[in-house]
Write a protein that binds this ligand. Sequence first.
Ligand code: GDP
Ligand code: MG
Length: 265
Amino acid sequence: MEDEQATTFLSIRHKIVFIGNPTAGKTSLLNRICNDKFLPNYDSTIGVDFFTKTVFYNETIFKLQLWDSAGQEKYKALIPSYIRGASIIFLIYDLNHHESFEAINNWLGFVNQYTNKEQVKLVLVGNKNDLERKVTTEEGKNFAKKEGMIFFETSAKTGDGVIDMFFGSFALIDFFNDKRIGNNNDEIVKDLIDQNMNPKQIQNQNPLNNNKSNNINDIISKNELIEKKQNNSNENNNNLNPNNLIKINAENHINSQKEKKKCGC
Ligand code: GDP
Ligand code: MG
């Protein structure tokens, strides 16, 4: 019976990416979303890294890959492959640094060049709202409206606005389109928050309720476990791990830049 339930459980994967100037708070926001933690000092991200998160909604498990990036110029060559295939792109700026807000235009340039605007949801996020602000809410709101983005202000430090930002954006992906009939967006966001932030609810609704974990990140469908076992030999091949692939690309890029410098081209 449990197995039957598990096989009707739909599992969907999504790629979600975070871009923006260095120190805007991308890694901090990801840590807040995935681990509900704030660490005052991170090593600035080298190349690209990704976090995973599982989101639960009624009969569906979403496996999310949340891609972090380094904003440094030298890694910009990686941006096209990084943002390709994303369902949601979060463009992050620092409310305390006007320059990081101005830079959003450049980041948007990459997005327009390398993604199909109809297939990706763009979200503008002003982070660090616990600090003295140099960018007004109006400025952010108006820019987002002009560019067809949704807009949030957050603090990765205090957690303010982070859950609303994450689930508010997630609720806009195509999967929820037909569910919106009769349900408005706010109801979907509320359901998502209830089902993912309240451990009791998760246990009651999770069809794999023999799973003792209260942590939604640990919930995994039995189908996927089987799928994982079958793919195990592939996973052992490091080159097939997208994380490693990107790091290899980053190394290749750095090496090719060094070569270019050497030969003066
Ligand atoms: P990234 O380069 O965009 O990944 O930025 P990080 O997440 O590494 O953050 C850069 C610095 O800003 C770190 O020292 C963080 O602790 C700090 N930081 C990030 N988010 C916030 C925030 O919401 N409020 C405050 N006060 N500091 C933050
Ligand atoms: Mg970072």
